[in-house]
Design a protein around this ligand. Structure first.
Ligand code: NAD
Ligand code: TYD
Length: 356
């Protein structure tokens, strides 16, 4: 059964939480490229280590854009912001997002991902004319064996503190829609890559280490499988769900693009070698097998047939074009990398927004 909304939702003002992070900023840049979006955007972000306003600089129409520094757990500030700007849609990207950090310190993940989502839902419960879209991950479904893929009906079996906190937030969204009748949509996406990704995640970390001839740390045997999607394709999928996704529904988003980490790394090495003139074999020599991540999920794969069938979603990038665009961006944006690595982007934030 086709479940799309008959009339696409339109928004006068979207509150994008986590809009200074990797995917939230790609979504804001994407929105300002869409002629059919004529509304305003409020970027609401706490500017944690992962938030960088450079990620949207120059990509927004300033007359339709506002930035508010705030924590999603601060319900009063979220509510005031919604009232001040006449927000009629919230897209929730704000989260602690790195699995390794969640293993070292799960508390921040429970706080932001669970309590933060709860706080946003309470705002929507008080202002039910606001539509709420929750951005989530395929990791909530746990780890797959060698075959099969996650569907929207797959049971939740989160294995890391990160995925458990995202699973809890998904359940709250479902429960609020069911119990209070608020309008929600939810998307569970596979691993993203692309420009502006914080260099703690696999692909940017490997690119930067290659550029500096540093070891390329591969966890375990390197045969863990991830399903990779270029970040702009994720932004497009969210926009489709936000506009036409059936209220109360969830959509799996993925690229049908599974790669064992080691095979992906070999492909990345070829592209970095071609783009920079470095020797591929010298780059391969940098591969270093390191101790595995505790509880490391073996395989993720997303069955995206629902969003393909109902909303016509198709990723525009294949792995070759997506990785090449990503490598070119990191090679051309040494200034961004330097400011992220040195922490200089934090100095700018503290100067403009005060210490936190
Ligand atoms: P990110 O870590 O790059 O960005 C997170 C952003 O949220 C940052 O700008 C940070 O400052 C902000 N933030 C953190 N805590 C906050 C708080 N309490 N209040 C307000 N803002 C806060 O993350 P990302 O990779 O862009 O992921 C965005 C969303 O997409 C997350 O919800 C994540 O779970 C989900 N997701 C990510 C991937 C992926 O591959 N990166 C895949 C699927 C889903
Ligand atoms: P990551 O980018 O952290 O995403 P996630 O854990 O959310 O899937 O990691 C992607 C894969 O790469 C995952 O299997 C862990 C592995 N990995 C490494 O082998 N080495 C690294 O240095 C990192 C950061 C990840």
């Amino acid at each position: 059964m086709n479940e799309i909304e008959k009339t696409p939702r339109s928004f006068r003002c979207l509150l994008v939480t986590g809009g200074a992070g990797f995917i939230g900023s790609a979504f804001i840049r994407y929105l300002f490229r869409q002629p059919e979006f004529t509304g305003r955007v409020v970027n609401y972000d706490a500017l944690t280590y992962a938030g960088n306003l450079e990620n949207v600089a120059g990509a927004v129409d300033e007359s339709r854009y506002e930035f508010v520094r705030g924590d999603i757990c601060d319900r009063d500030l979220v509510l005031r912001t919604c009232e001040t700007f006449g927000v009629d849609g919230i897209v929730n990207f704000a989260a602690e997002s790195h699995v390794d950090r969640s293993i070292l310190g799960p508390g921040a993940f429970v706080q932001t991902n669970v309590m933060g989502t709860f706080s946003l839902l309470e705002v929507v419960r008080a202002r039910p004319s606001i539509h709420f879209h929750h951005v989530s991950t395929d990791e909530v479904f746990g780890s797959l064996g060698p075959t099969g893929a996650f569907t929207e009906e797959s049971p939740y079996q989160p294995n890391s503190p990160y995925s458990a906190s995202k699973a809890a937030s998904d359940h709250l969204v479902r429960a609020y829609a069911h119990t209070y009748g608020i309008s929600t949509t939810l998307s569970n996406c596979s691993n993203n890559y692309g420009p502006y990704q914080f260099p703690e995640k696999l692909i940017p970390l490997m690119i930067l280490n290659m550029l500096e001839s540093k070891p390329l740390p591969v966890y375990g045997d390197g045969m863990n499988v991830r399903d990779w999607l270029f970040v702009d394709d994720h932004a497009e999928a969210i926009w489709m769900v936000l506009r036409s996704g059936k209220a109360g529904s969830t959509y799996n988003v993925g690229g049908r693009n599974e790669w064992p980490n080691l095979k992906l790394l070999e492909k990345l090495i070829e592209i970095v070698a071609e783009e920079t003139g470095r020797s591929a074999s010298a780059l391969r020599d940098l591969i270093t097998f390191v101790k595995d991540r505790p509880g490391h999920d073996r395989r993720y794969a997303v069955d995206a047939s629902k969003i393909e069938r109902e909303l016509g979603f198709r990723p525009r990038h294949d792995i070759d074009s997506g990785l090449r665009e990503t490598v070119r961006w990191y090679v051309a944006n040494g200034g961004w990398i330097e400011r992220v690595r040195s922490g200089a982007y934090r100095d700018w934030i503290e100067k403009n927004y005060g210490a936190r």
